[in-house]
Write a protein that binds this ligand. Structure first.
Ligand code: GLU
Length: 458
């Protein structure tokens, strides 16, 4: 495979979107696989929408994902002079002309129902620069072909692209110009980006042709959709990498899942490490149909990767979440339950909820009252008596003694477990009951059984 020069070019206008994460991942995989390089470019010419904190968010998200880049970051805002130079060149060579039309003027000239776009009014007026004038590219009457590794040759017929603006009347370069100039100056061989950019790609191709650049190849990645097959949107869907990170998703799960959004290794394989992805990734297996970003599937991947964590890393990550939840629990207190919790959670954010009962007596829910009666109270008293007698307060010992108690009083373990679990943890589900009882210790267990009995009796 020939070595590719790639770039990832996010705009710092919001949180780092899962779509952007997939874009950098595919770029990164190809750069590594081809022995090429990846440039990070920050597309920050839109001063109204850009914020420095979003630049920071981009850098931190890339780092969190475990990816990197070889060149940059280059900021488009530092290259305005260069874009102006190229704009002047386009004008000098006759590839661009000054235009004084306002949007309203263009609209008012056009007959009802005509296609959107500029009507070419100023094309041959030979205007010079001036206030309120924009520079437009003179689009030649010919079809434009885009070479796309995902879609093949995409042909835009003659007449479908109107004379587009390259420099606005306020002097700022249009995005399509800045992009083409940068891709050429940094000798980008392959542009990998989201499908939404495909419609502007013929304009980039025209600019490259006019400027005598080598034209890069393109790969437009399929759009990401939600369950209702709507394009993922930051207003409607959860899409920020930062959110997933804060909820306790692991970068390795995220990377593995993102790789499968539009790409597949073939067969039924799902779980792959970054090294395996580098070894196998190629655009032959990238599809152009929309890819469903399925949070449930991501959670399934995360659960798998949580189980792969070493005990040490799991403990460190889990404790960070305990701290964030403001639970006063140290490693020692949580220690006995770590191995029990690990296979039961899909995100690390669920960890504090699973161990919170260790930190404080639970509160009980009135809604549970109807289910229990004096029989339950008797049962809880019997359990308390047994707990009082047990010498070795371990999960194994507790289990064997409580089982014996169930046999003795003719109650199933299942029936007995429910109120005992509620008494000790305040929840219906969680870690195995005997581990929970052992972890809180005898005194606390007895106190909670008593408290729950009085709650039922009240
Ligand atoms: N800055 C553009 C964006 O964030 C990407 C442009 C490109 O990759 O060509 O959507």
């Amino acid at each position: 495979m020939a070595s590719e020069r790639l770039r990832f070019a996010p705009s710092p206008t919001g949180y780092f979107h899962v779509g952007s994460a997939r874009t950098i991942l595919f770029n990164w995989l190809l750069a590594r696989r081809s022995g090429g390089s990846l440039l990070l470019r920050i597309d920050d010419t839109d001063t109204e929408r850009n914020r420095e904190e979003w630049v920071d968010g981009i850098l931190r998200s890339i780092e969190w994902l475990g990816l990197d880049w070889d060149l940059g970051p280059i900021r488009q805002s530092s290259r305005l002079q260069r874009y102006a130079e190229v704009a002047a060149e386009l004008e000098t060579t006759g590839h661009a002309y000054w235009c004084s039309c306002t949007r309203e003027e263009v609209e008012s000239r056009k007959p009802e129902g005509s296609p959107p776009g500029y009507d070419g009014f100023c094309r041959d007026r030979a205007l010079g620069p001036g206030a309120g004038r924009a520079l437009r590219f003179r689009v030649p009457e010919m079809p434009v072909t885009v070479f796309d590794l995902v879609r093949g040759e995409v042909v835009f017929p003659a007449g479908t692209i109107d004379d587009f603006i390259v420099v606005k009347s306020n002097g700022s370069p249009l995005y399509v110009l800045a992009n083409a100039v940068d891709d050429a100056d940094f000798e980008i061989s392959l542009v990998v980006r989201a499908e939404e950019h495909l419609p502007t790609t013929p304009k980039a191709v025209l600019l490259h042709q006019a400027l005598g650049h080598a034209i890069p190849r393109f790969a437009h990645l399929p759009v990401l959709v939600n369950e209702a097959r709507q394009k993922l949107s930051k207003r409607r869907d959860r899409v920020a990498i930062e959110d997933f990170r804060d909820q306790g998703y692991l970068p390795e799960a995220m990377i593995n899942y993102l790789a499968l959004l539009g790409w597949s290794p073939g067969g039924d394989r799902e779980f792959m490490t970054l090294d395996e992805l580098v070894a196998e990734f190629s655009f032959d297996r990238v599809s152009h149909s929309p890819a469903f970003f399925d949070e449930r599937k991501l959670a399934h991947f995360n659960k798998h990767y949580i189980q792969q964590l070493s005990d040490e890393r799991f403990t460190a990550l889990a404790m960070a979440f305990v701290e964030r939840a403001n639970l006063s629990l140290d490693r020692k207190a949580v220690g006995p339950l770590l191995a029990e919790v690990k296979p039961r959670i899909s995100t690390l954010g669920e960890f504090p909820g699973m161990v919170g009962f260790l930190a404080a007596d639970p509160s009980y829910d009135e809604a549970d009252l109807g289910k229990f009666n004096q029989e339950t109270v008797k049962m809880l008293n019997a359990v308390a008596a047994t707990l009082g007698e047990i010498e070795l307060f371990t999960p194994e010992e507790l289990e064997s003694r409580i089982r014996a108690l169930c046999d003795g009083i003719g109650v199933s373990l299942r029936k007995l477990q429910e109120p005992v679990r509620l008494a000790i943890t305040g929840k219906r589900v969680g870690v195995p009951l005997f581990s929970a009882v052992a972890a809180v210790g005898r005194q606390t267990a007895l106190r909670r059984l008593k408290a729950f009995s009085s709650f039922i009796g009240s």
